[in-house]
Design a protein around this ligand. Sequence first.
Ligand code: ATP
Length: 354
Amino acid sequence: MIHREEIQHILDGYDREHITVATIGSHTALQILKGARDEGFKNLVICKKGTEEVYRQFGLADELLTVENFKQVLGKSFQEQLIERNAVLIPHGSFVEYLSPVRIENELFVPMFGNRAVLDWESDRKKEREWLERAELRLPVEFKDPADIDRLVMVKFPGAKGGRGYILASNPDEFEQKHKKLNLSDKDEFTIQEYVIGTRFYPHYFYSPLTDRLELLSMDIRYESNIDGISRLSYILRDRHPEPSFVVTGNLPVVVRESLLPRILEMGQKVIETSQELFSPGLIGPFCIETICTEDLEFIVFEISARIVAGTNLYINGSPYSQLLYDEPMSTGRRISREIKAALKEDSLDKVVY
Ligand code: ATP
């Protein structure tokens, strides 16, 4: 893992009057670019060849660099180009996916918004669970042994990106049958998790270490195929439906009933406090916890994303919650740049970048 001091050393060489907010052209890049521009920064987008037109089309990028493959960003000369431009990279879901958490930790010298130590805690399912349990969140029950399955469960495989390839089973026999069909090797790890029935909420938070304040900026529900299609036909399909899959295809806006807000804020606060104990200075900036609210109005948390999530794209012009906090359009992308600006003003960029 690249030490914080090494990144700080690079940051010391930066011209603070000419910071460039940079990101990879995918996921939430458009709102990150717009947010940077709205806050008065120069911005830059790194595009995979063939996708430049999207970023030209919207006219939001001051500079566009093209790569054949995103892994090129990790190359020495590419990183030097970014450092010359005083770039602060904004990580998002695709950014971490394409560059890989381990390679980011060990090879990316360009200063990044947030705390890169979080990558380790988020990408390892066991560590993620430890974090969330210590934050006293309720998590789905896990079954270590398939023979113990006594209710509907979801079997999660590490390679199953975006919910593709998960299987559902109600008992050990059904698990065996479906598992066999997947032709996995004995080494393939998986997690067997209680399937929680309820309504999903994905709150988008922002934590500022400068003011020690947690903000609830927005919230979404993921629209997933084919499960959201099956549910429309459940009466007709009955038990003839295809194996459900959970591939994210879009996002829907949502607000919760107001009496649930205290718990939503409390959960976010606990996640921050625990992160500070586990990997000081803890989580910085945007994050999202993936929850299911049961009929008893309890939130069960099954995952955390420790960065800007794609559901925030619904709110480039602000959400009902961000409108209460800010009297101007405040997307998560813009909130990141606002934090960088505030840090620069008080000469503490090192508090928000690693
Ligand atoms: P991503 O990394 O994009 O968040 P993923 O591949 O890690 O996706 P999950 O987020 O774990 O997948 O799950 C995908 C979807 O499956 C969720 O959005 C939710 O609809 C459903 N899901 C996951 N865990 C549970 C659970 N325990 N009970 C009910 N539904 C669940």
